[in-house]
Design a protein around this ligand. Structure first.
Ligand code: DAT
Ligand code: MG
Length: 148
């Protein structure tokens, strides 16, 4: 089963959106297999956003993601990487469709509420950056027979 890394960013935590966001992925039928509230270090932020280090907004991005606690998660399900990206909405909330997380709750690209892995390669990389192997739990739910 496919896995992805999702994270409620500091703005989402401050705005009390952890429950709302977890609820959307639960109701869709995805399964939570890892989660923790944590403070991201400067070093982890720079690693996580390494692909953007030459971009003009890199400094702001690192400052923002380390500005308060985040809620880091691993979710499992068929096609969860691409479907979660669709449920998140476009990177810039002004382009994000209604009924997406960014479309419903965010107003500006610098505070867009949620991160999600964009490919199988980044999912593996990001899960490995944020979670120890024993922090991701293997389990099954009877309800999955009613989802798949
Ligand atoms: P996403 O988070 O949708 O994967 P991304 O990987 O292109 O988007 O960028 C990472 C984050 O960087 C994004 O969530 C918000 C910020 N960002 C992206 N483009 C930006 C821009 N032009 N100005 C300011 N921040 C930006
Ligand atoms: Mg990205």
């Amino acid at each position: 089963m496919e896995r992805t890394f999702l994270m409620v960013k500091p703005d989402g935590v401050q705005r009390n959106l952890i429950g709302e966001i977890v609820s959307r992925f639960e109701k869709k039928g995805f399964q939570l297999v890892g989660a923790k509230l944590m403070q991201i270090s400067q070093e982890l932020a720079e690693q996580h956003y390494g692909e953007h280090k030459e971009r003009p907004f890199f400094g702001e991005l690192v400052d923002f993601i380390t500005s308060g606690p985040v809620f880091a998660m691993v979710w499992e399900g068929e096609n969860v990487i691409a479907t979660a990206r669709q449920m998140m909405g476009a990177t810039n909330p002004k382009d994000a469709a209604p009924a997406t997380i960014r479309g419903d709750f965010a107003a500006t690209v610098g505070k867009n509420i949620i991160h999600g892995s964009d490919s199988p390669e980044s999912a593996v990389r990001e899960i490995g950056l944020f979670f120890k192997e024993e922090e991701v739990v293997e389990y099954s739910k009877l309800i999955s027979e009613w989802v798949y």
